[in-house]
Write a protein that binds this ligand. Sequence first.
Ligand code: 9Z3
Length: 324
Amino acid sequence: MAEPRICSIDGKLTEEFAIPSHVEEVKEKMAAFARFHAEAGRRVVLITSGGTKVPLESRTVRFLDNFSSGRRGAASAEYFIDSGYAVIFLHRHHSLYPYTRMFVTINMLDALQFMGGGEGAAGNGAEVVVNQQVLPNIAKVLKRYQEVKDGGLLLPIEFNTLSEYLHLLKAAAQALNSIGSKAMFYLAAAVSDFYIPTSEMPEHKIQSSNGPLQLSMKMVPKILSPLVKDWAPQAFVTSFKLETDASILLDKARGALDTYRHQAVVANVLDSRRGYVVVVTPETQAELILSKEDVKKEVEIEERIVSNLTSEHSKFMTQAASAK
Ligand code: 9Z3
């Protein structure tokens, strides 16, 4: 019998990528979050962050992953919130997280001091104090984190596998569609271009006794296309373009804008990504560079990226309003 033809990306997503059981519940949460903040006059940005995990076996022992730490997404979330946005943070489980990102390399037990007291051998109720030399800026960061939490300005959503990422991004796009041009997408996650469909994946651990492993992987559908055309057509969409060869970067970024007809591409090279990016729009090209002085003052490039994009977003919203 002939294989059923899967014509659309929607069809492909449903057929080839397992749908996470909680996707509808998460979609409702994201829609309520977007409606609430839009009614309060806030813009909402959906940030994707971190790498994706592509399993090689259905009872997964091995998988393909990539370098992304999630720092770009986590830092940007903080700057978007500082600029008045509410943030949906769609991030890879255990990748860097806004506010806590500054402390992940610190051993928590080195940062705390046991002061005695408490009851019994377990010391329940004992006094424990924070060593602020080990956790620099902890008071300032904690204060800000609590304000953000109390204000309900950050909605974290986790993904782990490529399938979860794809379905949750689709759900997010549909959830944000109702707030029109107030929505921004900031697609900083490093998403795999290749995968093994469930139907072709071995169930059990691949045996090394069978000799060297040859993998044949399919292309992951270009999700930017339906996102821009169908799921959230009124939103401001920023994608990221990563290369290791700087000489092809800008052509690739322009190519993406021509193909998908979205609003902006942040172009970056792997090794220089913390200090240099180019924000490309159909009409403009802005080079953002951190000077030595900036680095000394611990300025982060995400602050510049967010500042550039929020003003592009403002122009976009004004144009959308005047076109009505
Ligand atoms: C990026 O280019 C991000 O800036 C980084 C940030 C992943 C480099 P970190 O997480 O790094 O702070 O360690 N993201 C998009 C990468 C990507 O896979 N882009 C695709 C491409 O270039 C298109 S969506 O083809």
